[in-house]
Design a protein around this ligand. Structure first.
Ligand code: AHM
Ligand code: MG
Length: 332
């Protein structure tokens, strides 16, 4: 069968059949996430035409200027889960507190963490952005901010994670712990079609991705590692090429398919790095590991970090297993 004839829904049902006892809940949950991604993709597609570009005039919990499309995307996720019986609460980069999902308050078995529109500072210049999601099971009776403290919801507990990428085409990549699969939106029929089954990240790449403008603020291990990548050594394919879009999802997607390493390290200004653990680093860490790659904060796997708050930040080194291991050796 040609891959291009397999829709996301059909693929999920096929996977479900291979796992006796599966309830079909993941299939429904991913369909709801796919619906949010389609809605956001539609809004982005006409962003230059209607009045949705630019700042909303509000500041989010991270102290960053909210774009109108950040709010629209956050609303698209809330709407996609509403009355769907699966997600009880959503934690989002755009909302200070976990928000109960309308109609699901006491029913939903899952809690979802999202960055609804990652890389949104790139929106005004029509550069690729994305949505990142992470799904955890919610034990009975635990709600609100007690969630993380009570559960130690570390990345290893994720039951599904992934992202949507809004570029020349819209791509949805997910894992439920059975490998990593990618789907591309066919706009003419409005469905995600299987385009990348069982993605494997190359063991090693030849590209690094970091905001080099911050070089003067880097701690010595970061500087030493990037210096190392820029040296010439044919055996290890150095010097590596630099690539940095400034949208985590886009930089990660390239790294996933082509290999290499992405870093957003800690520096004196961002003592814990910039990126958020629960809805940026941990879900991409799950995807990377499922594709044979690695994700670390320099000293421990991202998925082993025990969170202390819903919106905490972490340094992130992610990509090809060998490249991340080499980077870690500079931080030890
Ligand atoms: P956002 O979630 O508010 O868009 O911020 C996260 C983004 C990432 O997509 C990207 O990797 C990073 O911030 C870029 O930061 P910088 O401009 O400091 O390089
Ligand atoms: Mg983000």
């Amino acid at each position: 069968m040609e891959n291009t004839s397999i829709t996301l829904t059909r693929y999920l049902l096929m996977q479900q059949r291979e796992h006796p006892g599966a309830t079909g809940e993941f299939s429904m949950l991913l369909s709801q996430i796919a619906f949010a991604a389609k809605t956001i993709s539609r809004e982005l597609g006409r962003a230059g035409l209607v009045d949705v570009l630019g700042a909303s005039g509000e500041i989010n919990i991270q102290g960053e200027v909210q774009q109108k499309l950040d709010q629209i995307s956050n609303g698209a996720f809330l709407a996609a889960f509403a009355n769907g019986q699966l997600v009880s609460e959503m934690v989002s980069e755009e909302m200070e507190h976990p928000t109960p999902i309308q109609g699901n308050e006491d029913k939903g078995k899952y809690v979802i963490f999202v960055d609804p529109l990652d890389g949104s500072s790139n929106l005004d210049v029509n550069v690729t952005v994305g949505s990142i999601f992470s799904v955890h099971r919610r034990p009975e009776g635990i709600k609100g901010t007690a969630l993380v403290d009570a559960l130690h919801l570390r990345g290893r507990g994720q039951v599904a994670a992934g992202y949507a990428l809004y570029g020349p085409s819209t791509t949805l990549v997910y894992t439920t712990g059975q490998g990593v699969h990618g789907f591309t939106l066919d706009r003419s029929i409005g469905d995600f079609l299987l385009s990348h089954e069982h993605i494997r990240i190359p063991e090693r790449g030849s590209t690094y991705s970091i905001n080099e403008g911050r070089r003067n603020t880097w701690f010595p291990p970061t500087r030493a590692y990037i210096d190392y990548l820029q040296e010439t050594d044919t055996q290890t394919k150095r010097p590596y090429s630099g690539r940095y879009i400034g949208s985590l999802v886009a930089d990660f997607h390239r790294t996933l398919l082509k290999g290499g390493v992405f870093l957003y390290p800690a520096d004196p200004k961002n003592a814990r790095g910039k990126l958020r653990l629960m809805y940026e680093a941990a879900p991409l860490g799950f995807v990377a590991e499922q594709a044979g790659g690695r994700a670390s904060d320099g000293t421990q796997p991202i998925r082993d970090i025990v969170p202390d708050s819903l919106h905490q930040r972490t340094p992130l080194i992610i990509g090809s297993a060998q490249d991340v291991q080499t980077a870690e050796s500079f931080y030890h």
